[in-house]
Design a protein. Structure first.
Length: 122
């Protein structure tokens, strides 16, 4: 009996790790000056999870939250000092211009939803 309980526990842990960190391939998109990039917040992920841009390029990230989870209520760009509330089933625009190259992670408050803003020098 104890072996079965431990096996079920290990399987549940593996499922959680797979669901939040390994299970979904990240989609990426390049920023365009003329268009907002729509990022859907649903099912524990940001879609697309990778945004590419260049230094000093003005970008509009349009978050659309479908997920009712309390963790999805906001997005945080910790390295850029930006936090934005995301209303349920409404678009929320966030304008960003990065003055340096790098990879800037964006997450939910608990860090379970994850995405990357990848800024190149040219």
């Amino acid at each position: 009996m104890l072996i079965a309980v431990n096996a079920i526990g290990i399987l549940l842990i593996a499922f959680v790790v797979y669901w939040f960190w390994l299970g979904r391939r990240s989609h990426s998109v390049a920023a365009n000056i003329d268009e907002a990039i729509t990022i859907t917040v649903d099912g524990g992920v940001y879609i697309p999870a990778e945004i590419h841009g260049t230094v000093n390029q003005a970008m509009t990230l349009r978050f659309y939250r479908i997920d009712e989870s309390p963790c999805a209520q906001s997005v945080i760009f910790a390295d850029l000092g930006i936090s934005q509330d995301l209303p349920l089933k409404q678009s929320q625009d966030l304008k960003i211009t990065c003055d340096k190259a790098g990879v800037f992670e964006f997450t939910c408050p608990m860090g379970m939803y994850r995405g990357k803003l990848i800024i190149s020098a040219d």
